[in-house]
Ligand binder design. Structure first.
Ligand SMILES: *Cc1c(COP(=O)(O)O)cnc(C)c1O
Length: 231
C-alpha cells in the first residue's frame, strides 16, 4: 500500500540522514505520480506528502483539475514538473506548477518568463543538467550551464532555485555516485562564483533505485515513483 511504502521510505531517509548527521527535514520527497491516477495521488496526500511530480503536461492538467475540483484543493499541494518541457507547453506549465525541474535551454526559460509575466507570477525553476552526457538524456551540458544560468538570472519572472539531474540507469546505485557528486560540484561552483546574487540551495537528484546515494552526495530533493506506488 502507498501509505506503508511512504512509511518505509521515510525510515530509510531517516537512516541515511542519521548516518550523515544531517537533518532529515532538509530532504523534500517528491512523489512522482506519472501514469498514476488522481485517487492514488489522494492516497499520497493522505499519507502526509504534499509534493507531487508529473512528467507530462496533458496528464498533469487532468489530474490537477480533478484534485482541484475536490476538497483536495484545500491542501497545500506543491506541483512539480519533472519531465521534459516543450516550449509550446510553457503556458500550461506556468499555470499549474510550483516548481519546474526541467529547464534545459535559454529558449525555454525565455518562454516561461514571458508566460509567467502574463500570469503575474514569478516561476520557480531548477536547471536540468545532463551530467553523464548520455545523448538520450535532456539537460544542459555542464560546461555551458553556468553561462546559461547567468542569462536566466536576468529574467524578472523566473527564480532559479537550484539544479536537477537524472542519473544514468545502473545496476549498482554506487555507480551513480559520480554523477550526483558532479551536480553538487556544479552547484557549489555556481555559488562560489556568485553567478546568482543569492545562494542556490535545491539539488533535485535521486530516484527509487539510488536516492540514498544521492542524499549522501548532497541531494535535498528526491523524486520517487516506483518506491511509492509499487508493491
Ligand atoms: C519517473 C521519474 C522519476 C521517478 O522514477 P522512479 O525510478 O520510479 O522513482 C523521477 N524523475 C523523473 C524525471 C522521472 O521521469
Amino acid at each position: 500500500m502507498i501509505k506503508d511504502n511512504i512509511v518505509g521510505i521515510k525510515s530509510r531517509i531517516t537512516r541515511v540522514c542519521v548516518a550523515l548527521n544531517k537533518d532529515e527535514r532538509e530532504i523534500t520527497l517528491v512523489a512522482v505520480s506519472k501514469n498514476r491516477t488522481a485517487s492514488e495521488i489522494k492516497e499520497v496526500i493522505d499519507s502526509g506528502l504534499i509534493d507531487i511530480g508529473e512528467n507530462r503536461i496533458q496528464e498533469a492538467l487532468l489530474k490537477y483539475q480533478s484534485l482541484a475540483s475536490s476538497t483536495y484543493n484545500l491542501t497545500p499541494v506543491r506541483w512539480h514538473m519533472v519531465g521534459h518541457l516543450q516550449t509550446n507547453k510553457a503556458k500550461d506549465a506556468v499555470k499549474i506548477f510550483d516548481l519546474i525541474h526541467s529547464v534545459d535551454s535559454l529558449h525555454l526559460a525565455l518562454e516561461i518568463d514571458k508566460q509567467a509575466k502574463l500570469a503575474d507570477k514569478v516561476q520557480d525553476i531548477l536547471i536540468e543538467v545532463n551530467v553523464s552526457g548520455e545523448p538520450s538524456k535532456f539537460g544542459l551540458n555542464p560546461d555551458t550551464a553556468i553561462e546559461i544560468v547567468k542569462e536566466i538570472t536576468r529574467l524578472k519572472n523566473i527564480k532559479i532555485s537550484g539544479l536537477m539531474t537524472v542519473a544514468p540507469i545502473v545496476n549498482d546505485p554506487e555507480d551513480a555516485r559520480p554523477y550526483f557528486r558532479s551536480l553538487k560540484g556544479l552547484l557549489d561552483k555556481i555559488n562560489r562564483l556568485r553567478v546568482v546574487s543569492y545562494e542556490l540551495r535545491v539539488l533535485s537528484m535521486g530516484m527509487t533505485d539510488d536516492f540514498e546515494v544521492a542524499i549522501s552526495e548532497g541531494s535535498n530533493m528526491i523524486r520517487l515513483g516506483r518506491a511509492i506506488f509499487e508493491n
